[in-house]
Design a protein around this ligand. Structure first.
Ligand code: BJ8
Length: 424
């Protein structure tokens, strides 16, 4: 931690005392959960470095960008199209909300029975402990789940917020609504930045973001190997970092990691024994530093090989078509791609269940763990259909409902029993 960082945080209005407590807790946790792993890929060094200065280097880059009038746009959901933000010369940054640390602050305002993802994100603003939200000029929310959309109303009392309307169905009317939301969002970002989004800039941004998605697809492809060349924890971290790092640099670093992983596969080198149980995690997103479930599973002898999640396959599986040239077609291509994200806020959402079954087969998993944040009703109710579909296919399922608190002892007991059952 440098003096430069402290000055920057002060300038951003950070509560230094609370912030110190947060970083002082994060360091040892990272050491225990990440740095204790054996045989990690060398290219993970970049991601360790990023986490090691999590509120330093990247925030400084955002501040540099803002010095010349550049704008920073903060988001909470994979429905907000980064391409439009980038095409306007602004920087998109996905805000993390994965720690219990900020939950307590949020509970001074939000009801206790709200999911921890919402409380954690709101608590960062209320407690002034997140330099990313402090450095952003606009927060873009969405009408996905009820808790989030009501939280955004309250957040707008503290920070400029714009909310995109995400429909709840996938029919033509809903698709038209979403396209019109994307068109309006273009205008919002143009107004914020004072920059006109041209067809050339938008086409370039589409290719840029697709490049990152392709790199993440490549990373996940390597996890199909047996043994996997990278731990689930490390892969999760790479996906988490991809939400706030510079897109071009991040793409390059993920591809460098993939070069190493593909070589490992060719050499038959892996991070876990070939016969250890392979697990697909499906459900609510795990924002940084939410590593609890992966850590428990992998220290109990399993290999997490895929995440059907917004911090996982839902973030990168689909690309925006790159062959469009005029503005209407470009915006339509963006709208079409985002409507392929199968969030549980949709009804019906059969495509997500099909995805889970397909991924379970493609990654040759021995079992699925459905991860549900406590008080997240959309995923909890959808888990009933997930359960039925997996049962029909004879794929074992463990349903986990948890929050950011420490229930590791209880969870460990259930995970161990599940792993023992699927190994028989
Ligand atoms: S597209 S999953 S990132 S909304 S866990 S806050 S749903 S109560 S996060 Fe999400 Fe976008 Fe959907 Fe993905 Fe609400 Fe549930 Fe909390 Fe959630």
């Amino acid at each position: 931690m440098t003096n430069d960082n402290r000055q920057m945080w002060t300038d951003l209005g950070i509560d230094l005392e609370r912030h110190d407590a947060l970083l002082n807790a994060l360091g040892p946790a990272y050491k225990e959960i990440y740095l204790s792993q054996m045989n990690r890929p060398k290219a993970m060094g970049f991601f360790d470095f990023v986490v090691g200065d999590i509120h330093g280097i990247r925030v400084r880059e955002l501040r540099e960008h803002a010095k010349d009038g550049g704008k920073v746009v903060a988001t909470y959901c994979v429905f907000v199209p980064d391409e439009i933000v980038l095409a306007a010369g602004a920087v998109p940054v996905g805000l993390c909300a994965g720690t219990n640390f900020s939950v307590q602050a949020a509970e001074q305002v939000l009801p206790h029975n709200t999911c921890d993802l919402i409380k954690s994100s709101f608590g960062f603003k209320l407690g002034r402990t997140c330099p990313y939200i402090q450095a952003s000029h606009l927060v873009v929310g969405e009408t996905t789940c009820d808790g989030k959309k009501k939280m955004f109303e309250i957040l707008s009392e503290y920070q400029p917020v714009y909310v995109m309307e995400v429909p709840n169905k996938k029919n033509k009317v809903s698709r038209d609504l979403w396209l019109s939301e994307v068109v309006v969002f273009k205008g919002v970002v143009e107004k914020l930045t004072g920059n006109k989004i041209t067809e050339e800039k938008l086409a370039y941004a589409i290719k840029l973001v697709n490049g990152k998605r392709r790199a993440l697809q490549r990373l996940y492809q390597t996890r199909k190997a047996n043994p996997p060349p990278i731990s689930g924890k490390d892969a999760l971290l790479v996906t988490q970092v991809s939400f706030y790092d510079d897109v071009a640099r991040d793409t390059q670093q993920i591809n460098a990691l993939c070069d190493e992983l593909e070589k490992r596969i060719a050499d038959g080198e892996g991070v876990s024994p070939p016969n250890c149980p392979r697990i697909l995690i499906s459900g609510c997103p795990m924002a940084i530093p939410n590593w609890k479930l992966h850590h428990l599973l992998e220290t109990s002898g399993a290999a997490v090989v895929c995440e059907e999640s917004c911090i996982g396959t839902r973030a990168f599986s689909d690309l925006v078509a790159e062959d469009k040239r005029n503005m209407d077609d470009l915006l339509k291509a963006i709208a079409d791609r985002y409507m392929q994200i199968h969030c549980a806020c949709f009804t019906p959402n059969t495509e997500r269940i099909e995805d889970i079954l397909r991924l379970a087969k493609e990654y040759k998993v021995d079992g699925v763990v459905h991860y549900n944040l406590l008080y997240c009703h959309t995923y909890a109710n959808e888990a009933v259909r997930v359960d039925k579909a997996l049962d029909k296919e004879g794929i074992p399922l463990l349903r986990v409902e948890t929050d950011y608190g420490d229930d590791s002892g209880q969870l460990r007991t259930r995970i161990d029993a599940f792993l023992e059952m699927i190994q028989k």
